[in-house]
Design a protein around this ligand. Structure first.
Ligand code: ADP
Ligand code: ZN
Length: 312
């Protein structure tokens, strides 16, 4: 048995669950990933998760387990109120894990966990007030207010993907019209490109043929970098709406740091520069030197690291 205390972080996603063993200072020592298969129901998923945690932590003294979960979470009671992907309702995840592991369990929203991870160990270090936005399959976010995770009155703060950017815009996954997510998420960029090339001569038509597979988000960014006008319109519209939302947030909360994460931010294209340019254009001049926009440093490990470090 080791002398030091260790932490376990879990990031439950719609596709994969990542489990990490972390040292007390937040560094990942080892990690394992498995398919979520949430349609099998909470009990079977929890049993699989317990096995993975036991295997990973064998021989280590574990202080607690932090779990990041998409959807609406009641952290005080360790309950997943609602996880839309699998239609899980009121799952007492904390209690279920505790019954088998007899450890302190903290259940948090995954975007909040990622926000906390970036703030303490990633691109948010040394900031005081920070906004995190994850541009992934969907768009999520989290807020650090005066060095603390700000979750709001009902633990609902930070749903930045569903702020309206165009009331007459396309229908979003949430059912509203014209949310940021409907323009700028990975899936929306892909879908908009697929629609746009139906009757066009875009480079994307050639790419689709050449690769013998449908267009994906990365291909849209590659076409954008090659100067394709269809891709440019889609990517720059996404960047414009992200920039406008950031500018609105900056004027409301006066943060010193914005961190942009999620798979889409892995692009090497000028996407982030375009976002920075739009944000500058939409804030009042007095805000222009008050904030910094940075790309995530932790990417897919942000939620796991943050969840482990939110163990109370
Ligand atoms: P999840 O939503 O499951 O957390 P990610 O954060 O990895 O997943 O985001 C997935 C999205 O990121 C997908 O739409 C994918 O196409 C997109 N993506 C991944 N890598 C890149 C890249 N290099 N450039 C642009 N988009 C990317
Ligand atoms: Zn929405």
């Amino acid at each position: 048995m080791q002398q030091k205390e260790y932490l376990v972080g879990v990031d439950m996603g719609g596709t994969k669950i990542a489990v990490g063993l972390l040292s007390g200072d937040g560094k990942i020592i080892k990690e394992t990933r498995m398919d979520t298969r949430g349609h099998e129901g909470p009990e079977i998923v929890v049993n699989r998760l317990v096995e993975a945690i036991n295997a990973l932590s064998e021989g280590y003294e574990i202080k607690g387990i932090g779990v990041g979960v998409p959807g609406i979470v009641d952290t005080d009671n360790g309950i997943i109120h609602y996880w839309s992907t699998f239609n899980w309702n009121n799952v007492p995840l904390g209690q279920m894990l505790n019954a088998q592991l007899d450890k302190k369990i903290t259940v948090v929203n995954d975007a909040s966990a990622a926000t906390w991870g970036e703030f303490n160990f990633g691109a948010g270090r040394q900031s005081k007030n920070m906004l995190f936005m994850t541009i992934s399959t969907g768009i999520g976010g989290g807020i650090i207010f005066e060095g603390q995770l700000f979750t709001g009155s009902n633990m609902l703060a930070g749903e930045i993907g569903h702020v309206t950017v165009n009331p007459n815009g396309p229908t979003c996954n949430c059912g509203k019209s014209g949310c940021l997510e409907a323009y700028a998420s990975g899936v929306s960029i892909q879908r908009r490109a697929m629609d746009a090339i139906k009757n066009s001569t875009s480079l994307l038509v050639e790419m689709e043929k050449h690769e013998s597979r449908p267009i994906d988000t990365k291909m849209v960014f590659a076409a954008y970098e090659s100067g394709d006008l269809v891709a440019q319109e889609i990517i720059e519209q996404a960047a414009t709406y992200v920039g406008i939302v950031l500018a609105n947030f900056i004027q409301t909360f006066n943060p010193d740091r914005i961190v942009l994460g999620g798979g889409v931010m892995k692009t090497n294209s000028r996407f982030i520069e375009k976002i920075e340019e739009v944000t500058q254009n939409y804030v009042l001049p007095s805000y222009r030197n008050t904030y910094e926009i940075r790309r995530s440093q932790l990417f897919e490990n942000a939620a796991l690291i943050g969840a482990a470090n939110l163990i109370v």
